[in-house]
Design a protein around this ligand. Sequence first.
Ligand code: ADP
Ligand code: TRP
Length: 322
Amino acid sequence: MRILSGIQPTGKLHLGNYFGMMRPVLELQDEGEAFIFIANYHALTTVSDPEALRNNTWDVALDFLACGLDPERVAFYRQSDVPEVTELTWLLSTLTPMGLLERCHSYKDKTARGMTASHGLFSYPVLMAADILSVQSDLVPVGRDQKQHIEVTRDLAIKFNNQYGPVFKIPEASIREASAVVPGVDGQKMSKSYNNTIEIFGSAKEAKKTIMRIVTDSKSLEEVKDPDTCNVFALYKLLATPEEQATLAERYRAGGMGYGEAKKALAETFNAHFAPLREKREALANDTDYVEDVLREGARRARREAAETLSRARQAAGLAWS
Ligand code: ADP
Ligand code: TRP
């Protein structure tokens, strides 16, 4: 089985990215042949400062390796080191109905928030389809917000295969329901664009400060509280053991515990979980050559697959002469 996922280098890794996409994909690295990449071509649709793009790309590389990506098993690469995906994007885009892209929520959200409606932003899902189809991935672990893009990918693969013959595997999204939408400190979906994130690799102090800002209802200390509707508890559930969760849930239901205390428990669990990863990340940051080697080797493996797929697609579409 082939597994592929990517993340845009557009800011600091947060708890939503970690549980929505990173953990699920890292858990799958043992199950098959995994490809994980840093979507820097995609990031160009929103990041126009070259220095920022370079730094963010490097940050994502360190984040993944610190969180346990095993480069022996996974092809880990920068999207722009596999230029075959851009050619495949063109082949796919000639079959892409405008209406399919016009319906994509992500594009509509981004333009509604004031982003310029560039052609790149509009055709973003076609590039994403090329990422996935170029390595013939079976499974694509993502958070729920990306589901529609995987459906576009499936549509395009089916269309291409119908028109030119069976070139592409039809991939499936893999969405972990328990963490499909991780809430941010304001209770909306956690997202860089909503400024409501809890960063994984900030300091322990910053994380605690952010956690103490999580919005709750205004119940007094004595009142009985409902863990199932509380943002603090929703995040605690992702990090704590089942026993720890049961203990805190009981305290919510018994009354006599304020939200401040629940937030402190969350901050402690959060920092205990991420402290060893922070240390690992610092060590990796001093080993530039190692990280660069990992990315180059990953690109070599991904390119081999992408070149093979592209050659079949070119042949099928009448773009090869021998
Ligand atoms: P952001 O919304 O912060 O810009 P991205 O769009 O870069 O995050 O998302 C990168 C990956 O993380 C995607 O697979 C996405 O589905 C996942 N993800 C992002 N935010 C969340 C969240 N709040 N809950 C679950 N998954 C998320
Ligand atoms: N669009 C994805 C996001 O914003 C990133 C991405 C690009 C991706 N290409 C992909 C994810 C292919 C999965 C598969 O999170």
